[in-house]
Design a binder for this molecule. Sequence first.
Ligand code: ADP
Ligand code: ZN
Ligand code: ZN
Length: 791
Amino acid sequence: MDEIAKVIVDVSSSQTDQAYDYLIPDNLKNQLSIGYRVKVPFGTRFVQGFVVDITYTTGVDYELKYISDILDAEPVLTPELVALGDYLSQTVFSFKMSCYKTMLPNFLKANYHKEVEWIDNTCCPPLFEKQKRISWKMIESLGMTHAVLKWKKEEKVIVHYLVEDKITHKTQRFVSLVKPIESIPIRANAHQQKALLDYLSQSSKVSTKTLAEANISLKTLQSAKQKGWIEITEEVIERNPYEHITFEKTMPLTLNEEQKTVYTQVKESILKREPKTFLLEGVTGSGKTEVYLQLISDVIQNGRTALLLVPEIALTPQMVKHFKGRFGQRVAVLHSGLSEGERYDEWLKAKEKKADIVVGARSSIFAPLDNIGLIIIDEEHETTYKQMDTVKYHARDVAIWRGQYHQCPVVLGSATPSLESRARAQKGNYTFLTLTKRANDKPLPHVQIVDMTTEKKVGNFDLFSDILKLAIEDRLQKKEQVALLLNRRGYASFLMCRDCGHVMQCPNCDISLTLHKDTHKMKCHYCGFDTSIPTECPNCFSDKVRSYGVGTQRVEEALYQLFPQAKVVRMDVDTTSKKGQHERLLNIFGSGEADILLGTQMIAKGLDFPNITLVGVINADTSLYLSDFRASEKTYQLLTQVAGRAGRGTLSGEVIIQTYNPEHYVLQLAQTQQYEEFYKREMYSRYMGHYPPYVYTTTITITHHFESTALKSAYQIKQILEQSLGKDVVLLGPSAKSIARINNKFYFQILLKYKNIKAVEKVLYQITNDSQELAKEKIYVSIDVNPVNFI
Ligand code: ADP
Ligand code: ZN
Ligand code: ZN
C-alpha cells in the first residue's frame, strides 16, 4: 500500500493552510512521521515542507508526486507542536507555515551546514571508513539520507548543525604526538620542547591554550610540527555559555505561611493533573521565585518537566543563578543574549531530554519539552509576551493551550497583573492566589510624591527636587545604593529653534529626532536615521536652537555635576545593545563598584540588589498621557516595579517619585501600592470607555509607501468588514496611527471591538487570504488580535 504524507509547503507568495499529499518513497517507508521537514517538488521547483500527517488514502484525483528528500534526520516538531501550529494559525490569523517557522529556533531557519558523524565503535559502513564526519550535502548527493535517518534511530550517528558564523562555531586547537616519544631527540637546553613532550607523555592530546599558559610558544609548536613530531588539529567544542560560571548550590528556604498556601494549592493541581490557570498576585519581594523553585523541584522529582517564562530583560544573571544553583545542568536557558548556536544547543538539550527545565523569554513557550507538569509565566503583565510582528501570538495563550494538552496547571505571576488576567480571576476563569507581604518581613518601601510644579515656583529648575537631592546625598554618604528611573533615552527629546519654532524631524518618519550627546548625533528612534547636531536652525539659520525634554544622558551629566564623587552606571538601549553589556553593567553595580544605577524601564524589572535603599523616579509623567487606553496601567506597573527594587535586603527602602501631576489617580494609588484599588478604579474607566477587558479588540493595519494608496485600501477593507459584520461589532477608523509615517511608509488602522471572536473570525480569515494579493502590490495588511500596543 502507498504511504502518503500530508505536507504544509513553504511557498511565501501564495501561502495556504491546505496540506498537499505526497507519496513517500520506498526507502523512507515506515520511517517518516509527523513533524519531519522534507523537500518536495512544487510547481517547477523544490520547496521545504512539514509533514503534518501520514495516511494511506488521498482525496485528490491527479497523480501524486514523491517527497524528494528529508531535511533532518529526525522530526523538528513534535506532534504536540504540529497541533499547536494548527491552533495558532486559527487564532492569530497567520498561515500554518509561518506558525511552524515561529516555533522553531532561528537556527533551523538560517543558512546552516550539516555534518553527520558516525559514533558507533562496533561497526562502520564504507561511507565512514575514511572519515568519521561527512557533510549532509555529500550524503544527499549520494542519495543516502534515508540511511542516515535509520542510523539516527539506531543511535549510530549524530547530526551536527553548524552556522557559518564564528561566534557560534567555537573551536579549540589541540596538539597530539604522531611519533613514539622515545624516537624524538631533544637537546638538553631546549626547555620548551622538553616541556611540550612532558605534557604529551601524560595525555594523548593537549589544547594549545593549556600550552600557551605553560609558556610554550607557538614557534616551538610550529617547529615540532615541521619536524613531524606532532600534529595540530582544530575541533568544535561544545558551546556552553554557562560553562565558565560555577553556580553555588542553593537550598530550598522554609516557606512562610502565605507561600505555603500558594504552594499547596498549585501542587494539588499538579498531582491531580488539572489544567487550571492560577493568577498569583504577589507584592514585589514576596518570594514568588522561591515558590516557583519548589514547585518545579517537585515536578521534576515526579519525572515530569517544567517551563518558566520571564521577560527578556529580567533574564538577568541573577535569575539564571537561582535556577542553575538549584537544579544544575538540568536547566536549559534560552534568551537573546546567546548566539544562535548557543541557543540551538540549549533547545536541543530540552528536545533530547538532557534538560527537564526550560527557563527563557517569550519564544521559549515553544520549547520541545515532553510530559510537562507545570508552566509558569512570571511578570505576566509584561507586553513582551506578545510577539508584535509576523505571527502575533501571546505566550500566555500558548501556555494555557499547552497546559490543556499536558493536563497541567499554568501559573501567571505578577505584583501588578494585567487587567485582563485580574478580571479573569474575578470571574473565576483563573484561580486567584495572593502573597501580600514581603518575604523578608520588612514593610513595602515608603513612597513619597514630589510635586515638581511647586519646586519650580520656589525657583528650583533642576532635574532633581531638593528632597531627592538630599536623599541621594544621604545614601552616598552611607555607602548604600540608588536606582533612578527615567523612561526616556538620549540626551534631549527634541531640538527647537527659539526664533521660528522649527523642530528637527526625521526625514523618513513623522517624529522628532532625539539628541544624543555621547555620539554627537540627532537620532530617530524609529528608523535609525541619524545626522549631526546642528548649530543653527536649518529653517531660519538662527543660532538660538535649544534642546527640550530630558533623557537619561542628560540626567547622567547632571548627576556628575551634583555628585562628582559618585559613580553612575547608565543602562538604556544605547548602553546595552552589544552582547554581554547588560550583564557587565549589572555586575559592576552588583559588586558595589557603582553607587547609582540610572536607566529606562529596563532597570525596573527583576533586579534583586539588597543594597538599594533609595529609588528615584525623575519624571513619572513620561508614559501617563500616551494615546493608548493602557497608559495608566503601564505607568502604574512601571512605578510599582521600580519601587519594588528598594529595600529588598535587611535595610529598609524609600521611594521618591517626581511628577507634574501629583493628583493623578495613578500616582496616588502607586504611592499607597494597593494594586487592588488601582484595579477597581481602572476597571471603571475601561467600562466607561468600552475598552478591554470589557470587550475584545483587533486592529487591522494597512501600510504603503503612498499615503493615498494605503488609505484607499484601508477603505476597501472597511467596506468588506461592513458587509459582513453584524451590529454587535464596533468598527472604528480607518485612522492614521499616532505616528502616521515610519521609515517612509504610511500606517492606517482599523479597530474592531466585540464580545465574541466568532463574530469577526470569518471575515478576518477572508482578509488574511486576500492580503496575499495586496502584498504583490506592496500593500501590507496585518491583523493583530488583542493588541498590547495602540501607538
Ligand atoms: P518576588 O519574586 O516575589 O519579587 P523574590 O522571590 O525575589 O520575590 O524574593 C525576595 C527575597 O526574599 C529574596 O531575596 C528571597 O531569597 C527572599 N525569600 C523568599 N522566600 C523566603 C522565605 N521563605 N524565607 C526567607 N527569605 C525568603
Ligand atoms: Zn529657526
Ligand atoms: Zn525615522
